[in-house]
Design a protein around this ligand. Structure first.
Ligand code: GLV
Ligand code: MN
Length: 219
């Protein structure tokens, strides 16, 4: 039997067009490393690599997660990102980490990462960690020191400090640049702003409610 009989053209086309499971996170690197040259004028999927003779030990170390950011803000939380933009040594390696500090009662607000699955470990404190699936099922659990969680790629999630001391989480991603879509800012703080008619219709509320929320997020 000829191969075109075994795989009729339509099936062959579907196989070729269907996404490969190996592409569900950043692609594998083609060399040991490629320290990102963030100043490069050329743009590719990722960043061009620094010339090898210019690579130093410093390119493989990052102290940015040693200290937390300021949690004295509306949400009472701070996220310090250790991704390819702050730590160019991660370029093409398909991983990155964040440090999340949350004051008592504070929240890392609902958000999603379009390019990565997230895992995290509670280093200090007590947190309610929750996520919502694409089928609108809410999963959550109170976690304490040493406990871990996972958030599948693209799902909306949050962490809330439900203890009396400041909480610290370290999170890890299977992308060098996971991206973060923070729901309140995305919908109510974008520039230009999402038209009121869209938001009043989507949330089934009056314009005054939309204006009130927009004013909280600079929209
Ligand atoms: C926590 O959810 C984080 O994105 O670091
Ligand atoms: Mn997250």
């Amino acid at each position: 039997m000829s191969s075109s009989m075994a795989f009729p053209p339509l099936i062959l086309l579907l196989i070729l067009l269907s996404p490969s499971p190996s592409l569900s996170s950043d692609p594998d690197p083609l060399q040991d490393f490629g320290i990102a040259d963030l100043q490069s004028a050329s743009s590719i999927n990722g960043f061009p690599c620094k010339a090898a003779p210019n690579v130093t030990s410093e390119d493989f170390f990052f102290s940015g997660l040693a200290r937390g950011g300021n949690t004295n803000n509306t949400f009472g939380s701070s996220v310090v990102q250790g991704n390819v933009l702050s730590f160019p040594g991660l370029n093409t390696l398909g991983i990155s980490m964040n440090r999340v500090d949350i004051a008592p009662g504070g929240i890392n607000p609902p958000h999603l990462h379009p390019r990565a699955t997230e895992s995290g470990v509670v280093v200090r404190g007590k947190l309610l960690v929750g996520m919502i699936t694409s089928g609108n099922v809410f999963y959550s659990k109170n976690l304490t020191e040493g406990e871990m969680f996972v958030i599948p790629r693209g799902l909306v999630h949050f962490q809330m400090n439900v203890g009396n001391e400041s909480a610290l989480i370290l999170t890890a991603f299977n992308s060098h640049l996971p991206g973060a879509v923070v729901i309140p800012f995305t919908l109510f703080g974008s520039r230009p702003s999402v038209p009121d008619e869209v938001l009043t219709k989507a949330f089934q509320v009056d314009k005054s409610v939309v204006d009130g929320i927009k004013s909280n997020f600079g929209g």
